[in-house]
Design a protein around this ligand. Structure first.
Ligand SMILES: Nc1ncnc2c1ncn2[C@@H]1O[C@H](COP(=O)(O)OP(=O)(O)OP(=O)(O)O)[C@@H](O)[C@H]1O
Length: 301
């Protein structure tokens, strides 16, 4: 369990992170979301003691700097570019491993696990963004850590790489580890995460399971297709439903209750071709939840 308590970071007059309090559970993947400039990277740096701020972050009951062997407890990827370009992937990992008393065998295992075994002797300077990302993930995992913290791990990865990350993170969580991962890609987080921490302008907006977040910030609709949309629309409106036309023969009814729409059709004597519940996406929920925290979002065209 990671406990973040009243975490605050100022840059001059600007509060990059403001009184952030939440917990991150073991055994699940927690997605970390926020608009550009919301404070995600700053929060991750504070968690790892790379920046100083107010408040505290505890890994179980210890601060990062009090962990006896941090590489073996907390694996982190913050900036995949931060590797000496003249070193090989193997040398880079060996340096990290040597400092933490990790075996050569484990280094080779991790290189193979991230798909870099064949290029392990090549200079990192010649690596693609995706290969650097895999190396950064290898560095995070080499100590077999209980906590895994990754900032935008799918950056630069191709679709196969994205799928690989997804199953990797799932396996890490299934092994009981605490997995905390930021991403700009909402559809990716929707597929990847069980829980969410959402921030805007440095403040906590939500810390809850993905499903609860979507339910809290969106509405569920019933879509009904009928040969008689105009008559059914009037009927539904008179019965107190909010209804919008979807296309020529379909209506969207603002209710989560498909049975109510179905029985309304029976009462109205209207035939139905199709009726289904439409749940909103994480993207809908995210935009609704962060509507007032739009630090670096452009105006709509
Ligand atoms: N070293 C710094 N000096 C001054 N301001 C900073 C510094 N680092 C970050 N900030 C500011 O703090 C705020 C939070 O930045 P941060 O990079 O943590 O956001 P983020 O959520 O990671 O953004 P993005 O999604 O764009 O990566 C921003 O307003 C940013 O300009």
């Amino acid at each position: 369990m990671i406990t973040i308590r009243e975490l605050t970071k100022r840059y001059g007059n600007k509060l990059a992170v403001h009184d952030l309090t939440c917990t991150i559970r073991p055994g699940v993947v927690t997605g970390f979301l926020g608009p550009n400039g919301a404070g995600k990277s700053t929060t991750m740096r504070l968690m790892l003691g790379l920046d100083r701020g107010e408040g505290e972050v505890l890994f179980n009951d210890r601060r990062y700097r009090d962990l006896p062997n941090p590489v073996r407890s907390v694996g982190a990827l913050l900036d995949a570019g931060a590797v000496h370009p003249g070193r090989s992937a193997h040398q880079h990992l060996r340096m990290i491993a040597a400092g933490a008393g990790i075996s050569e065998q484990r280094v080779r295992e991790v290189l193979a696990a991230v798909g870099l075994d064949e290029v392990r002797s090549r200079r990192v300077g010649g690596f693609s963004l995706g290969m650097r990302q895999r190396l950064g993930i290898a560095a995070a995992l080499v100590g077999d850590p209980e906590y895994v913290i990754l900032d935008e791990p799918t950056n630069g990865l191709d679709p196969e790489g994205v799928r690989w990350i997804r199953s990797l993170l799932r396996n890490l969580a299934d092994e009981g580890r605490t997995v905390f991962v930021s991403s700009h890609l909402l559809s990716e987080i929707a597929q990847l995460a069980d829980d969410l921490v959402v921030i805007g302008e440095g403040r906590l907006i939500a810390a809850q399971p993905v499903r609860d977040f979507i339910a809290a910030h969106t509405r569920t609709h019933v879509v009904v297709r009928t040969p008689d949309p105009e008559r059914f629309r009037k009927w539904l409106q008179q019965a107190g439903f909010q209804v919008e036309p979807e296309d020529v023969d379909a209506l969207v009814v603002d209710t989560p209750n498909a049975d109510a729409v179905s029985s309304a059709a029976r009462q109205a004597g209207v035939a139905i071709r199709e009726l289904h519940t439409r749940r909103s996406s994480l993207e809908d929920a995210f935009f609704n939840a962060t509507a007032n925290a739009t630090t670096y979002r452009g105006e709509a065209a």
